[in-house]
Unconditional design. Structure first.
Length: 283
């Protein structure tokens, strides 16, 4: 049996893998897929991701200075967030109806950072903010979390999410818990703080807290990692039982029913690596 070389898998990749392994594989294993002779598309960075990164930057500043017993003016946090947005926006992005322009995006960022400082930060007692951790899974994958968990409190994980709507993040939260424990940290509970991105014509909603049951989240993370390991092994070595040859795209199942099955979200969409997507329908 061939050995599978260690592959780094980010905790943030786990929640989306079950939705469509092939879409996720196109990001996780891009170089191996290209080396197998496939082409992949470049997908532009979307405005929602850029806003989320910017809000995280502002929130992290607030919490780091809270740990240092420094009172952070809101203007400093929002300036940090907007500057982060402008830096990453230079690479280009795709706008949407909630954030149709950069001016609108910057207004949303300021409102969301303000909401975090006013309604979230006061209840957090951080001991670590946005650190990088790695752990060997024992079966060829190295799990990593880099600047994803916003804050670690005594016995508690907290992750900040932004976006148009809430999603479930159990595998990701479970991965963070496992990473923490592998580094000797105690984790008794975990939660996600969701700050919604809404058009500037609407009032900024209050944050929503979603707690996660750790045992279930950790089981979800382990099972997704096992599927990733198995799918990658089949892609590298093939599987005689199912007739899948090495380098066959079907090593990674495709889900054309996924809401993200589109040219906008998937770098495999419309390439030889995936032709299972929904076809364009003429009006």
């Amino acid at each position: 049996m061939a050995n599978i070389e260690p592959v780094f898998v980010r905790a943030s990749a786990l929640s989306g893998y079950a939705d469509c392994p092939r879409r996720s594989a196109a990001r996780l294993f891009k170089h191996e897929i290209l080396a197998a002779g496939y082409d992949l598309r470049e997908t532009g960075r979307n405005i929602g991701a850029n806003i989320g990164t910017a809000v995280h930057a502002g929130a992290a500043l607030i919490l780091r200075e809270k740990m240092a017993a420094v009172s952070t003016p809101l203007s400093a946090a929002t300036d940090c967030a907007v500057e982060e947005y402008r830096t990453i926006a230079e690479e280009g992005m795709m706008f949407d109806k909630e954030s149709p322009t950069s001016n609108a995006a910057e207004t949303q960022i300021v409102r969301m950072v303000d909401t975090f400082q006013r309604a979230v930060a006061p209840e957090i007692e951080p001991v670590i903010v946005e650190e990088r951790m790695e752990a060997d899974t024992g079966f060829g994958l190295v799990l990593t979390g880099q600047s994803d968990v916003l804050a670690r409190e005594p016995g508690r994980l907290l992750d900040l999410k932004t976006g148009k709507r809430q999603s479930t993040h159990a595998p990701q939260i479970g991965a963070y818990s496992l990473l923490s424990k592998s580094h000797g940290l105690t984790v008794n509970e975990a939660a996600v703080k969701f700050i919604q991105r809404v058009p500037i014509s609407k009032s900024q909603p209050e944050p929503v807290t979603t707690p996660y049951e750790l045992a279930q989240a950790e089981n979800a993370a382990v099972n997704v990692l096992r599927h990733i390991h198995g799918d990658l092994k089949v892609f590298r070595e093939g599987d005689a039982a199912t007739g899948i040859l090495p380098g066959d795209a079907w090593a990674f199942p495709a889900n054309p029913s996924s809401m993200l099955c589109s040219a906008k979200w998937c770098s495999a969409w419309g390439t030889q690596f995936c032709t299972e997507h929904k076809k364009e329908i003429e009006e």
